[in-house]
Design a protein around this ligand. Structure first.
Ligand SMILES: *[C@@H]1O[C@H](CO)[C@@H](O)[C@H](O)[C@H]1NC(C)=O
Ligand SMILES: *[C@@H]1O[C@H](CO)[C@@H](O)[C@H](O)[C@H]1NC(C)=O
Length: 190
């Protein structure tokens, strides 16, 4: 859908409104629905807020994950403001930040072993950072239609490109191991 020039503006506007919620949505979705066999049961879950923490209001959060020791890793978007960050959970302090090139729009983020994998919007490329030193990074190419959400089970990556397809990805080669079209009552869920 994002590949058509005529829908790009619409897509961008929709994204600005909805993308903050996409990360949470993806995590919730991935945690109980994905890659189960067809017609598996589903449930509606409620969220209960048990604590709140300060957070940089200028950060346009696109990827967020919890690591050990009260540490968050965050990917922020927008052209010219995209970054990868290490953030202290308790006080929201940005402890380490890597500013990305102005042509890159940060997207989903996943921590697998010692590496942070980050997607970028409207591109088939992303970055792998050393979690202890963001200056050490390399670029990868993936085979999704776009880069949106990213998650891991500690073994492989799970990616979303804004379509109804979820992708299981080999982190060593970035090749797609499996695709799953997400449907609800016969309709594809974008
Ligand atoms: C977490 O904190 C403990 C205790 O300070 C330390 O030994 C450990 O290396 C830390 N883990 C990471 C990933 O920094
Ligand atoms: C981080 O990596 C860069 C590039 O390899 C290196 O120059 C720098 O010394 C490293 N910084 C630390 C704190 O290890």
């Amino acid at each position: 859908m994002a590949s058509s020039a005529s829908t790009t503006n619409h897509h961008a506007k929709m994204s600005l409104l909805n993308r903050r919620f996409a990360v949470v949505g993806l995590i919730v979705l991935l945690s109980f629905a994905v890659f189960s066999e067809a017609e598996a049961s589903y449930g509606a879950y409620k969220v209960k807020v048990i604590n709140e923490f300060p957070h940089d209001p200028e950060a346009y959060t696109q990827g967020l994950l919890y690591a050990e020791n009260d540490t968050l890793f965050e990917s922020t978007g927008l052209y010219g403001r995209s970054s990868v960050r290490k953030v202290a959970l308790q006080n929201g302090k940005v402890e380490t930040v890597h500013e990305m090139q102005a042509s890159d729009f940060g997207e989903g983020l996943a921590l697998l072993g010692e590496s942070l994998f980050q997607l970028t919007w409207l591109k088939d490329t992303g970055f792998i950072y050393d979690r202890y030193n963001f200056s050490k990074f390399k670029k990868f190419t993936h085979h999704m239609k776009d880069g949106w959400g990213l998650a891991t089970d500690g073994k492989v990556l799970f990616g979303s490109d804004g379509t109804s397809t979820l992708y299981k990805i080999d982190p060593k080669t970035m090749k797609v191991i499996r695709k799953q079209v997400v449907k609800f009552q016969g309709h594809e869920v974008r």
